[in-house]
Design a protein around this ligand. Structure first.
Ligand code: UDP
Length: 362
């Protein structure tokens, strides 16, 4: 009998993580994976393109849940996931990262007494106003197997009293993805040519965290700060739908468009090509901070804190809390040519294989 795994995904960062784990699961003939997509991110630019480019198997279940409040989405997801899990009765339920889909998956599974494994367990910002932080803490305490990306994540779990037997440091699946798809992007992406960009001649920026998009003062500091930099060096910004909506409702979209190179969200291969060739990356994304390091590009993080503290300690990443535009602009200018020390924390690019071994051995 083959071991049955249900992988639960719903949002962009989860597609990248699931892509490498699904590939590793598919290589093991003793395992059959079924994918459930909650629908949290549903449009082509944020979802379909990732399934196509990264070769993720088509979801067997698609719940089509998105667009509501956190409570509405999470509640409806739990209901839909429970139904699917009752049909499937898997040996493992895999959840990824820190979105509402992660928490809904973990809660639905644990209440059915189905073993749950959490990929990217143990990350903490210690900022309880972040919806992601609540999702992480609750998911880790519900899960049976905590697959930590870094030694710091292991330490966070230990401090919360989670039993050591549940915790494994496997490395970061995003590093696996960057290594694998990074090579593919070199061959397949024409993003730089299309946008007429020369390597190392632009700043790449992404902004989508609620703490920035939902706070006009912070959003202004970010966009005004990036605009000041753009006078000297083009700033390319693939705009997340949430950020577009916020800029539109404040009447700032046109002004931003005049000063920055705003483009729509791009597929992963184009994103990686843009990251690899950037002079610097300015972002409030978790994944993008690490991709900057994986590709040897300095990063300025537009937040008050980060979960990926190793990169700040090593000198690759500079925290720039976006309280005012000058802090943002100055941080970017001073960090343009920064280099840091190598960081061992993310493993050796074989995190996905280790995850499969953990699942099959238990
Ligand atoms: N990403 C992408 N296209 C974009 C913006 C981001 O492919 O236009 C990728 C990015 O490279 C990373 C992942 O999406 O692998 C990160 O997701 P996001 O920033 O949405 O979430 P976070 O990592 O902050 O949870």
């Amino acid at each position: 009998m083959r071991m049955k795994v249900v992988g639960i995904v719903g949002a962009r960062p989860q597609f990248v993580k699931a892509a490498v784990v699904s590939r590793a699961l598919a290589r093991n003939k003793g395992v059959r994976e079924t994918i459930l997509h909650t629908g949290q991110h549903f449009d082509t630019a944020l979802s379909d393109v990732f399934f196509q480019e990264l070769g993720i198997p088509a979801p067997t279940y698609h719940l089509g849940i998105g667009g509501g409040t956190h409570g509405q989405n999470t509640g409806r997801m739990i209901e839909g996931i429970e139904r699917a899990l009752l049909d499937e009765r898997p040996d493992w339920v895999l959840v990824y990262g820190d979105t509402d889909s992660t928490l809904a998956g973990a809660l639905a599974a644990v209440k059915l007494h189905l073993p749950v494994a959490h990929v990217e367990a143990g990350l903490r910002s210690f900022n309880r106003r972040m919806p992601e932080e609540i999702n992480r803490v609750l998911t880790d305490h519900a899960a049976d197997l905590l697959l930590a990306p870094t030694p710091m994540a292991v330490e966070n779990l230990r401090r919360e009293g989670l039993p050591e037997a549940r915790v494994r440091w496997v490395g970061d699946v995003m590093y696996d993805a960057a290594l694998h798809f990074g090579q593919l992007a070199d061959r397949a992406s024409t993003a730089l040519e299309r946008m007429r960009l020369e390597p190392r001649s632009y700043v790449l920026a992404t902004v989508h965290r609620a703490e920035n998009t939902d706070e006009p003062k912070r959003l202004e500091a970010v966009f005004e700060g990036l605009s000041r930099v753009a006078v000297e060096l083009p700033v390319v910004l693939p705009l997340h739908p949430r950020t577009r909506k916020a800029l539109e409702s404040l009447g700032w979209l046109e002004r931003a468009r005049e000063r920055l190179k705003l483009i729509g969200p791009v597929g992963y291969l184009d994103m990686v090509a843009l990251e690899k060739n950037a002079r610097l990356i300015a972002t409030d994304s978790g994944g993008v901070q690490k991709e900057a390091y994986f590709f040897g590009v300095p990063c300025v993080t537009l937040r008050d804190e980060t979960e990926w503290v190793e990169l700040v300690d090593a000198g690759w990443n500079l925290l720039a809390p976006p309280h005012d535009a000058e802090t943002v602009a100055r941080s970017i200018r001073t960090h343009l040519d920064a280099r840091g020390h190598p960081v061992e924390a993310y493993g050796d690019g074989r995190a996905a294989e280790r995850i499969v071994s953990e699942l099959t051995e238990r």
